[in-house]
Design a protein around this ligand. Sequence first.
Ligand code: MN3
Length: 278
Amino acid sequence: MPASEFAPERAPELAPADPTRRTALAALGLGAAAATTAGLTGVAGAAVAAGASTAGAPGFAVLSPAEAGWNAATQRYELPALPYAHDALEPAIDAETMRIHHGKHHAGYIRGMQRALDKLEAIRAGEGDAALVKHWSRELSFHSAGHFNHALFWRVMAPAGQGGGGRPAGPIASMIDRDFGSFDAFRVHFIAASAAVEGSGWGWLVLDPVADRLMIIQGEKQQNLMTTGAVPLLGLDVWEHAYYLRYQNRRREYVENFFDVINWAQVDSMLGRMRPTD
Ligand code: MN3
């Protein structure tokens, strides 16, 4: 496809963009396609608040811009700081794993996401290789989902006994009881689903906002299998880089110990952002 098709004559009219729109599109990373593919990119699409003006808008407010590392001044994503020390989740998750996972892996997803955004922008401007749109689009999908997945992951954990572990309270507890039968039944199901992800991926507790119902699903890689429209509320990274230093091949043990550090108040808060009438 010739580059000119990526630089339609009317494009300059959109450039000055109202900042809200620009922020929303940038936050979603996928421009106009984002609205229909938010669920597919997953967490990438659904997890980020698309600018302050849309607070409370269904589907786009699980993470605040600050939680997602969005710098409105530079219009770029940055690595959000961990809300606790590297060793704060011991013994469930060791400090060295946290240091590498956050400082290297998560940072790498953000670099990959920004690189893809920059490359696609260049192609739209006629400066890049238009034949690589598919490549950079795949890169964007993978890395942006990787970024948002991790931004959410850090937030849904807290040190054991200091916000982490125990049982949920509030609306999230009521919904878990309603949709899974009991917290214990939910726990067994979530552990089984997370432990059984094929290869690298995630265990997810998501809200189906249409049925207003919770579901447990699996994600492969960063975004494959993400259900359309699903709003992520609780995610567990089961890539080997998330647990191998401490657990080696014992993924199930890691998944079980994750329950010692789940920050249920945060999960309940995110549910509330998506169901503001509660
Ligand atoms: Mn990871």
